[in-house]
Design a protein around this ligand. Structure first.
Ligand SMILES: Cc1cc2nc3c(=O)[nH]c(=O)nc-3n(C[C@H](O)[C@H](O)[C@H](O)COP(=O)(O)OP(=O)(O)OC[C@H]3O[C@@H](n4cnc5c(N)ncnc54)[C@H](O)[C@@H]3O)c2cc1C
Length: 315
């Protein structure tokens, strides 16, 4: 299916290696569409597609993907401060960079988002993932979101209507976040700046930020059982397949440090899951989303493969 001439003249369309657009630096080619004009979003979404933000939580197949990859461009990258009595409403587009949003809020003395300092994301990806740190989640600061569900037009949805949970906004697959309004109290800019700097420093001390990765690979199985601690206790730090390895710095990070492939990551993920299930009876669920990798990288397949293996070994 091709795009109309008008669409092509107003927006950017190019076949691009997704390795160039993801923090893992992995993934083959796809047709990438950057929608600059709001009126053209319908045409962009009217075909099998996937939304791409900053690409910080993705593992993309080496062969690339057949679906169109949609990025939100100019008309979705606005930022407005709307003062209210004692508070400020911040209206931000889903294509806006989260780090830039945090910087602008800190400089304006608006408290809250600085708790997400160091999380690489676009606002849309952070809303979809309900990105979070030890201190807060993205949706903590949101008053309402502008969304588009498949087959519907854009509409605003109140925060209270979002069944959000740990690392998920709670809305169905296919929901597109177009923007959000954050309801923020005022704070001292210098203190907010110090908090953001402290959080970024803590991340730099405990995570392999200089290397390509997609952050934490697995969700924490329980609040009192961080996935990194579990993987570390299995002796898997430094475990390597091809050009990718379990980070010796943080065991829940897989790093692409030697020109690895998505297949290397898939095999490492399977190895970690098998060990976690076989030796601790813990099912590790992926936090990183995979594109184009089929059931090999899905949670269910990982569990059944591990269970099958452990019962076969026990027999
Ligand atoms: C070094 C490093 C550190 C990290 N630390 C943290 C951390 O502390 N906490 C944390 O929560 N995460 C962390 N992450 C993971 C990542 O930053 C978050 O998951 C983030 O929310 C991803 O946002 P993104 O814009 O990159 O989304 P992408 O990776 O581009 O996409 C992720 C998902 O969101 C969807 N999506 C993107 N944009 C939209 C949109 N506009 N509408 C609907 N769906 C959309 C995609 O289709 C996909 O399903 C880290 C990652 C790295 C590389």
């Amino acid at each position: 299916m091709t795009f109309t001439a008008g669409f092509l003249s107003r927006n950017q369309v190019a076949v691009t290696p997704l390795a160039e657009l993801t923090t893992f630096r992995l993934g083959g080619p796809a047709t990438v569409v950057t929608v600059d004009h709001r009126d053209d979003l319908v045409e962009a979404l009217d075909r099998p597609h996937r939304l791409l933000g900053r690409g910080a939580n993705l593992l993309v197949a080496d062969a690339g993907i057949g679906e169109t990859v949609v990025r939100l461009g100019r008309d979705f990258a606005g930022l407005e401060f709307l003062p209210r009595i004692g508070r400020t409403l911040v209206r931000v587009g889903a294509g806006f960079d989260l780090a830039a949003l945090i910087n602008r809020c800190v400089a304006a003395g608006l408290a809250g988002p600085e708790g997400l300092a160091g999380v690489p994301a676009q606002v849309g990806g952070a809303l979809r993932m309900n990105a979070g740190t030890a201190t807060c989640w993205m949706l903590d600061w949101v008053a309402r979101c502008e969304i588009q569900l498949p087959g519907e037009g854009p509409r605003w949805i109140e925060r209270a209507e979002l069944p959000a949970r740990y690392r998920h906004c709670g809305l169905p697959p296919g929901t597109v976040f177009l923007g959000a309004e954050l309801d923020l109290a005022h704070g001292d800019p210098e203190r907010l700046r110090q908090t953001a700097a402290r959080l970024k420093k803590a991340k730099a001390a405990s995570q392999p930020l200089a290397l390509a990765s997609a952050g934490c690979v697995f969700k924490n199985p329980r609040a009192d059982l961080p996935a990194g601690k579990l993987i570390d206790s299995l002796g898997l730090k430094g475990e390597r397949i091809g050009g990718c390895a379990v980070s010796p710095v943080h065991a829940n990070f897989i790093v692409n440090d030697q020109g690895g492939t998505a297949d290397d990551v898939v095999r490492l993920v399977a190895r970690i899951r098998e060990r976690a299930w076989g030796e601790r009876g813990v099912e590790l669920v992926m936090e990183v989303e995979s594109w184009g990798l089929g059931p090999a990288a899905s949670t269910a397949a990982g569990r059944s493969a591990a269970m099958h293996r452990s019962s076969a070994e026990a027999a």
